[in-house]
Ligand binder design. Structure first.
Ligand SMILES: [Zn+2]
Ligand SMILES: [Zn+2]
Length: 411
């Protein structure tokens, strides 16, 4: 068969057939990941289970890829364009798969299998990559993978995140949103150093590191009234005094700062640093501030969003192309969207009322047969987008041009 004689219905039938034969084993794999939640960079069980599964399907898998113990890479095909799928599988402390990353893994594995088998069946040039991307919740696995070269040569990057059907209160009813803006985020760690003294005997000889930390916290509390509606700042006190009768010489705090764009984030981080430094200055303490784990905002790609909407529509799912409000959470897929055209869609799964990701009730919703069935349909749609991009030059050029315009946008 040549490209011109392959009909769209044939491609869809091939994608459907590839996954129908793996129906039970995919459900089993999803359940295995969901029922054994593992935290960032400790996802050894999920890593091994997915690698074993892919090898069982005849794929060559690089375990512990790109210097990360719980990352892997599977590559298939030859020539043509390279379509990347991202599989996340980390969970949250105490509440398991309350972000539904078992469903992200499932949809990306399904997409990779369906597209790889279809390209092979028709003998078409084109390559697929399934990347195991650990530590999305905490640790920025994708940022490390970018630095290690994992996305080098990738032409588009695709993935899908589950959520409740209504992500925004003003959103019309739908089965998901193709393009969702997300906040850029950065972590700030600060350590205050003072001087111990007897709190009852000679407090005037002490330099109080707890006062420095509390003062800096209050400075940020004052700043809050000037934050933009979608900006977020949150803090945890990591190291605090355990006794009251000693002027504390050391404290440590951890801040997360979020803003809709990278530029806005940098401006806000500068203000937070001033608040922290002012706390140190007011109390006479020294402060060390370190920043890490930058998650950028997500740059949307209109064409990829449109293709997702079209393919989900062919499975009777109503998807909104985009929502202009920012989802104030953050993801390291944002970083990927700056290095290659990227789709990070949100798909709805059945949930009880008032259930949201990061709530324990969402973990239960992410483990159901209904949620699994949605993840498979989403995976099929991602595979079909991959097929579009591999076989349609004009479409790929549009995607690429839109991406260049998006990343050049300075706001
Ligand atoms: Zn999450
Ligand atoms: Zn998540």
């Amino acid at each position: 068969m040549t490209l011109s004689t392959i009909q769209n219905e044939d491609v869809r039938a091939s994608v459907d057939a590839a996954l129908d034969t793996l129906k039970e084993s995919l459900r089993k794999l999803n359940h295995q990941i969901w029922s054994n939640p593992e935290l960032a960079y400790q996802e050894h069980g999920a890593h091994d289970a997915i690698c074993d599964f892919l090898e069982g399907q005849g794929f060559t898998v690089t375990r512990h890829a790109y210097g990360l113990d719980t990352s892997f890479e599977a590559l298939s095909g030859s020539g043509g364009r390279l379509v990347n799928f991202n599989a996340e599988y980390d969970a949250l402390p105490d509440i398991g798969h309350a972000c539904g990353h078992n469903l992200i893994a499932t949809s990306s594995i399904a997409a990779f299998l369906a597209l790889s088998f279809t390209l092979k069946k028709y003998g078409l040039p084109g390559r697929t990559q399934l990347l195991g991307t650990p530590a999305e919740e905490n640790g920025g696995g994708k940022a490390k993978l970018i630095d290690a070269g994992a996305y080098k040569g990738v032409d588009i990057s695709l993935m899908a995140h589950s959520g409740n059907k209504k992500v925004f209160p003003d959103q019309e009813d739908s089965d998901g949103i193709a393009g969702t803006l997300m906040n850029a985020r950065k972590n700030i760690h600060c350590e205050f150093s003072g001087k111990s003294a007897h709190a009852g005997g000679n407090p005037w000889d002490g330099v109080n590191a707890l006062d420095a930390m509390v003062t800096s916290y209050n400075n940020v509390a004052v700043l809050r009234q000037q934050l933009l509606p979608d900006q977020r700042v949150h803090c945890a006190f990591m190291d605090t005094p355990k006794v009251a009768n000693v002027i504390p010489a050391y404290t440590k705090a951890f801040w997360q700062v979020r803003s809709p764009t990278l530029k806005g984030l940098n401006q806000l981080v500068a203000k937070i640093r001033n608040c922290i430094e002012a706390g140190a200055l007011a109390t006479g303490c020294q402060v060390t501030i370190t920043e890490d784990e930058l998650y950028t905002d997500v740059r949307l790609n209109d064409k990829l969003c449109e293709r997702y909407q079209v393919h989900m529509g062919s499975y009777d799912r109503k998807v909104l192309k985009r929502h202009d409000k920012v989802l104030t959470a953050s993801s390291d897929i944002g970083n990927v969207s700056y290095v290659t055209p990227t789709l990070h869609t949100m798909f709805g799964i059945p949930t009880p009322e008032k259930t949201f990701p990061h709530h324990p009730t969402f973990a239960a919703a992410a483990g159901t047969d209904e949620a699994h069935a949605e993840a498979i349909i989403v995976g099929k749609s991602l595979a079909l987008i991959g097929y579009d991009i591999i076989t349609n030059d004009a479409m790929f050029e549009t995607v690429h041009r839109q991406w260049q315009e998006e990343i050049a946008r300075d706001d």
